[in-house]
Ligand binder design. Structure first.
Ligand code: AMP
Ligand code: ZN
Length: 140
């Protein structure tokens, strides 16, 4: 895609801090890191989001994420690694080329905002009702 910033990185028209590459995927550092080592993994083929990304690219992304977080464990000794992936502007997806965030948290860093929401007990009737709607849509 011509005006896609991540496609430009794949083509080499824009620079990146690359950490991993194979035939299908590229992993590089996020330039606005939430934590030290915050890395993005993308498919080389443009797809906007999880609805669009082909399953073979998705499988390659997840296999690569396993390799990269293994390397993070060796290189950074994090207390944990959070994975996050946003689909749609309504949930603050900003770059419209599928990307999986890998966010390691080191011992001396504060909790990651995406992992520290407050748990509030839900309404069981409402949870049951929404589960039925999603399950019915899968069965369609
Ligand atoms: P989002 O679409 O909200 O999941 O996040 C897009 C992410 O891409 C943000 O965390 C940005 O910091 C990151 N980002 C945007 N442009 C670049 C770039 N040129 N190189 C590396 N990361 C980028
Ligand atoms: Zn793209």
């Amino acid at each position: 895609m011509e005006d896609c910033i991540f496609c430009k990185i794949v083509k080499g028209d824009l620079p990146c801090f690359k950490v991993y590459e194979d035939e299908k995927v590229l992993a590089f550092e996020d330039i606005n890191p939430v934590s030290q080592g915050h890395t993005l993994i993308i498919p080389k083929r443009h797809a906007e989001n999880l609805w669009e990304v082909p399953e073979d690219d998705l499988a390659a992304i997840h296999a690569a994420s396993k390799r990269v977080i293994a390397a993070m464990r060796k290189a950074l000794d994090p207390v944990g690694v959070a994975l996050l992936q946003l689909n749609g502007r309504g949930v603050n997806q900003v770059v419209m080329h599928y990307h999986l965030h890998l966010m390691p948290r080191s011992r001396d860093e504060p909790p990651l905002p995406v992992t520290s929401w407050e748990l509030k007990e839900g309404d069981m009737d409402s949870i049951r009702e929404v589960s039925k709607r999603i399950a019915a849509a899968i069965a369609e």
